[in-house]
Ligand binder design. Structure first.
Ligand code: S3P
Length: 172
């Protein structure tokens, strides 16, 4: 079983990259961000991919990257917020590592993503409504594949990392 990986899932702005980097540093393993990998392979940033190829084009790139990256060993992987939409991705994440759902309230996510120009799905007149819709649709999917859920509201990054490490060490 390839269970020595940690996969972070959750909505935009919850802190997957920040928490993932610290987690990887503490565990002494590699950190990978699937969005950065998509950008690296494409040679373009995410807003550009959405502009030119639309969300379906981005999701196809994401599907390939998630399949590749989840086959690695001993990594902490931060996934894009919509990675759980594709059944194939959910399957790979569940089967190939410990899945941690980082959860936060819409209020918190709104604060974290204010003035963000790199997230095409939030470039709308009403980001609150968009985040609420995404939460409604995705929360059940995150829960469906999560081995462990961390509520990050009112929790520091280092405290979230500590909780995840404790759970990881208990399991493996
Ligand atoms: C998306 C989240 C983004 C990125 C893309 C789409 C989403 O990643 O993959 O903009 O559908 O929620 P982060 O969750 O890292 O911001």
């Amino acid at each position: 079983m390839t269970q020595n990986n940690i996969f972070l899932i959750g909505l935009m702005g919850v802190g997957k990259t920040t928490i993932g980097k610290q987690l990887a540093r503490n565990l002494g393993c590699e950190f990978i961000d699937s969005d950065h990998e998509i950008e690296r392979r494409t040679g373009a940033d995410i807003p550009w991919i959405f502009d030119i190829e639309g969300e379906p084009g981005f999701r196809e790139r994401e599907r390939i990257v998630i399949d590749d990256l989840t086959q690695k060993q001993g990594v902490v992987l931060a996934t894009g917020g919509g990675a759980v939409l594709a059944p194939d991705n959910r399957q790979h994440l569940m089967a190939r590592g410990m899945v941690v759902y980082l959860k936060a309230s819409v209020e918190h996510l709104l604060q974290r993503t204010a003035f963000d120009r790199n997230r095409p799905l939030l470039q709308t007149d009403n980001p609150r409504q968009r985040l609420e819709e995404l939460m409604d649709k995705r929360d059940p999917l995150y829960r469906e594949i999560a081995d462990f859920i961390v509520d990050t509201d009112n929790r520091s990054v280092s405290n979230s990392v500590k909780l995840i490490m404790k759970h990881f060490n208990k399991q493996y």
